[in-house]
Design a protein around this ligand. Structure first.
Ligand code: NZQ
Ligand code: ZN
Length: 389
């Protein structure tokens, strides 16, 4: 393990069927003014809203609401939420929803006391907050992003079509606590469930496909990937299988809570390509990743052959006898492709509404990160998008 790092993750997790009750332990730690943040209404249909509001009342909280946080939350919505949180002099932002709601709450948290424009400061200049940050707590209802235990907050500027994620360095932006009740995820539609599953898997890949040293993070990653594949097959057949859904929820958290990135340079180019697509089409995050993954990994394979070979053998159980390294590695990707199809993921950009004439703009919107085996240039990005159609 050759990298140098600092590890600190202060988020307290409450996991399991009865975990919502732990709000009774957490809420008294904060002042009286709480802003409840949620999405388009799923929590009102499945009863989670009522249960949370009852606990807030029981704990004597003065509650305001930011409702209607959309998937891929927008900058306009962020401005609206900042106003509400300021007006309520909020002591705690309680996010009840998926990654969009949790991310959004963090973006509000760093902006409430910030005199500058949050888009310019946090998303264009990637600065850290130099003002007090409002504490965030999460009750997670959609599994995939890891937002419940990390400092990421992705916001989409609809005017410029830029979807940009800021992973803050300061752990004060990580949720103070997160409640993970797998039962809360059982009402997710199938396409959201599998979108989240692929998001988890790809988060691990993004960190795994970098570096050539012998790194404990890679062994942890392989275990997490095997667990996701195993549980996803069960959940795909029977989405109500609590054991599978609970394992998926737990692996999602560990896939992106900074642990498996330790000592790694990390790649993250599938996410950069996917974010460009998401900003343009508003497609579900996990589907934007699945649609570009195979063309990208087939492009990357020659530059990271030993790791792709290891991936094939240790994650997909490809047998090496009588095969070249290239053949083993390709078999690994073929196994991944078959699993993705089995889940019913978007396998190309056309399914997401992307057409040839959009590709130049998508290439312009793609940020290139330097940590992977071969950061693509613009021409290569265009080629990957074209092959993803
Ligand atoms: O809005 P409601 O009505 O609640 O419906 C949501 C939404 O339509 C629905 N949903 C959530 N929980 C449900 C449910 N429906 C029924 N039953 C439930 N229990 O699911 C839909 C999608 O929710 P969303 O929060 O958008 O999904 P996800 O968790 O995938 O979050 C996506 C956002 O997170 C960002 C993405 O870019 C995207 O903006 N990411 C955040 C990351 C981070 N913080 O580190 C990393 C990720 O790579 C990702 O970029
Ligand atoms: Zn993701």
């Amino acid at each position: 393990m050759l990298g140098n790092f600092v590890y600190c993750n202060p988020t307290k997790l409450y996991f399991g069927k009865d975990s919502l009750q732990y709000l009774n332990q957490e809420l008294p730690k904060y002042g009286p003014n709480v802003v409840l943040v949620y999405g388009g209404g799923s929590i009102k249909k499945n009863g989670i809203y009522d249960a949370v509001v009852e606990l807030l009342k029981k704990n004597g909280k003065n509650v305001a609401e930011i409702a209607g946080v959309m998937p891929n939350p927008t900058l306009a919505k962020l401005y609206e939420g900042i106003k509400i949180a300021r007006g309520h002099q909020t002591d705690l932002l309680l996010a009840v929803g998926g990654g969009s709601v949790c991310d959004y709450a963090k973006a509000v948290a760093v902006s409430v006391h910030c005199p500058e424009d949050p888009w310019d400061k946090y998303y264009l200049r990637f600065e850290e907050p130099d003002c007090p940050v409002v504490p965030v707590g999460c009750v997670l209802t959609m599994v995939g992003t890891g937002s419940e235990m990390n400092a990421g907050a992705v916001i989409t500027n609809q005017e410029t079509k830029q979807k940009i994620g800021h992973v803050f360095a300061d752990e004060a932006i990580m949720p103070r606590f997160s409640i993970l009740n797998p039962r809360f995820t059982l009402t997710l539609p199938h396409d959201q469930m599998v979108s989240g599953i692929y998001d988890i898997f790809n988060h691990i890949c993004e960190q795994y496909f970098s570096g050539e040293d012998d790194n404990t993070s890679d062994y942890i990653s392989e275990g997490l990937m095997r667990s996701v594949i195993h549980s996803s097959r069960i959940a795909n057949q029977n989405p109500q299988d609590y054991e599978a859904r609970s394992n998926i929820m737990w692996t999602a958290t560990w896939a992106l809570n900074t642990l498996v990135a330790k000592g790694k340079s990390t790649d993250w180019m599938i996410h950069m390509l996917g974010q460009a697509v998401g900003g343009y089409t508003n497609a579900a995050h996990g589907m934007t990743l699945s649609a570009v993954s195979l063309p990208y990994y087939r492009f990357l394979l020659p530059y990271g052959l030993p790791k792709f070979k290891r991936f094939a053998q240790n994650v997909w159980d490809v047998t090496p006898e009588g095969k070249s390294d290239q053949q083993i590695a390709e078999e690994g990707l073929a196994a991944m492709e078959a699993w993705m199809k089995e889940l019913g993921l978007a396998m190309n950009l056309t399914q997401l509404g992307v057409t040839e004439d959009m590709l130049e703009t998508l290439a312009d919107l793609t940020l290139v990160l330097p940590g992977g085996y071969n950061p693509p240039n613009r021409e290569e990005i265009l080629r990957i998008f074209r092959e993803s159609l």
